[in-house]
Design a protein around this ligand. Structure first.
Ligand SMILES: [Zn+2]
Length: 364
């Protein structure tokens, strides 16, 4: 196999691994077929038997480094959105998720990355062609998707001690710190207080899932590193969940990175959750390149786009590009991008170099 044909390291900046393990009861150390087969009789969720992510598939696709989330929402009395009925319960769920990551570390399946030394050691391991990828642990940077579970601001410091290095203030609906997707309005007073503490710890602020007002306030107020871990382009998919051109410009000015996501709903405006079929609408992996192109055109380079797939983020193959079966298919982007005119340097940037450059700057 020549170098061109061999796989390139991929950094995926958004995977809800622990949520799948704890809430979906998926043993991610097992082969994908086995995980799917065990769910064939289950009808509790639309994505049963349709998962695309597990640790063997990550290794098979040379996805050696990920941002892995803790995700647990609080929902107040009267709200119809799913979520825990108290912040304390939400915190407890994030701790179960953390315990799962620690168990994966104990098995040698994963390894937590919290600083540049650990990052460099991990990258040398994955770049060592004398060691088979099958035996390499998947590195993870711990991120909290939505801050509801922080019972009060002091919990942020506990989370940091546990290795938390990135945080988003909101997810879906009302949030204790900021309203999220499908909402409007400003960060809450508690959210502004939390941002100060996030700043003091120099955590990476994830702007994905903020409202437009929340995005502006966070960008004005927050001085530390900012990324958009899983976010597409609103010009192509005109809904509030995606980034406007002005938001993209502000992110580029901050030398930020935007992770492209593979939820059909975020790739093509025609797609309706639980109704549409990716095959009928012909939504393919290549559709994400349209989003990347748009951002690269604004930036004038390929330095601000990357992968934040969100695969198995409460959806499976029923809501992914039809030409992918597992997360290992992310490697197909090598061929797709070169067909679309991206050169080897661009491909390396998108596959991992942009996120690595970002981390080197954020953690120096
Ligand atoms: Zn998300």
């Amino acid at each position: 196999m020549n170098t061109y044909m061999s796989q390139t390291l991929i950094f995926d900046a958004h995977l809800d691994l622990a949520m799948n393990a704890i809430e979906w009861n998926r043993d991610l150390t097992r082969p994908l077929n086995e995980i799917r087969q065990r769910e064939m009789h289950m009808k509790d969720r639309p994505d049963r038997g349709k998962g695309t992510v597990c640790l063997p598939e990550l290794r098979k696709g040379k996805i050696g480094l990920v941002v892995a989330t803790q995700l647990s929402r609080y929902t107040p009395y009267g709200s119809s959105l799913p979520g825990w009925h108290s912040p304390q319960q939400a915190w407890a769920m994030t701790q179960a998720q953390l315990a799962w990551y620690k168990e994966m570390e104990a098995m040698g399946e994963m390894i937590q990355i919290t600083n540049l030394n650990e990052l460099d050691t991990h990258l040398s391991l994955w770049n060592d062609i004398n060691i088979s990828d099958d035996s390499k642990p998947v590195g993870y940077i711990l991120s909290l998707e939505g801050a509801d579970s922080l019972v009060d601001i002091s919990y942020l410091h506990k989370a940091y001690e546990n290795g938390l290095r990135a945080i988003g203030l909101s997810h879906f609906g009302h949030g204790r710190y900021a309203p999220g997707t499908k909402m409007e309005g400003s960060l809450t007073p508690l959210g502004l207080e939390l941002l100060k503490q996030i700043n003091s710890l120099n955590l990476i602020l994830d702007v994905t899932h903020l409202t437009d007002d929340g995005f502006n306030e966070a960008m004005d107020f927050y001085q530390g590193p900012v990324w958009a871990s899983h976010h597409n382009v609103r010009k192509i998919v005109p809904n509030q969940r995606q980034l406007t051109d002005d938001q993209i410009k502000r992110l580029i000015e901050r030398d930020s990175i935007i992770g492209g996501m593979l939820d059909c709903w975020a790739m093509d405006i025609r797609f309706i959750d639980t109704v549409s079929d990716p095959w009928q609408l012909n939504i393919k992996l290549e559709n994400l390149v349209d989003h990347w192109d748009h951002i690269c055109q604004i930036a004038g380079n390929s330095l601000h786009v990357a992968i934040g797939s969100d695969l198995d983020g409460i959806f499976g193959t029923e809501q992914c590009p039809w030409d992918m079966n597992s997360i290992a298919d992310l490697q197909k982007y090598k061929e797709i991008l070169s067909r679309r005119g991206y050169n080897e340097v661009d491909i390396q940037n998108i596959f991992h170099k942009n996120w690595i450059r970002f981390l080197n700057k954020a953690w120096e």
